[in-house]
Write a protein that binds this ligand. Sequence first.
Ligand code: MG
Length: 240
Amino acid sequence: MTAASNRTRAVLFDMGGVLLNFQGAPGIPVGKLDFRGREALLHFLADRGAVLSEDDLDRDLFGPWRRRFQRRREAGREADWGPHLRRLRKRARVRTPTRTLLGIWFRPLAETVVPLADAREVLEALTRQGKRLAIVSNVPLPGSLYRSILERHGLAQYFAQMYFSYDEGHRKPSPALIRRALADLAIAPSEAVLIGDRRSVDIIAGRLAGVRTIWLRSDDGGGPSADQDIDELSELLALV
Ligand SMILES: [Mg+2]
């Protein structure tokens, strides 16, 4: 073990592509899963007396949300579902909470998401070594939807804290999520490591926050180099 490893007290994890495999989806339902989610949402509303069409759903909710979603990078924050869900609720005359409505659309995707093969073993080993673990993740929906996936697969228990961009009002490459995690854990940047699979997002954020960075190699290799690169999550154990 190197001197640098001895100083590592906290490991900050990106989520998608590092802990959970979203099978190519950008954290939201697309294609067939999007279709199935919209069908489920329409059925849910119909059961409550609101007969809406696919077009209604797109005009009130998904269309206007998507236009904001496409500008999330420039905005530096996730697109707010709030105004679009209010429009939908008004049309459908329901009071169903945000988490419930979005959860219905999200469920078909959530059911396909699985942990990366060695995620649990790595988290277990780091926890046994006394490392503090946190998640710092860009997500386009409320973080509780993703927390549920982690809970279902027995991974949530390992994390002292989770920071999701939708809830925090900042998204990586801003270092805000990482800085918040370090402040809450009372850990200095020099004592923390960030692992992510996107250099253009995770590694930039980690460098801006002044933590050591590890890139889990992926197709997203644009952006600054990380301090270390790995091919498998389990290689992390030898580096922290
Ligand atoms: Mg990722």
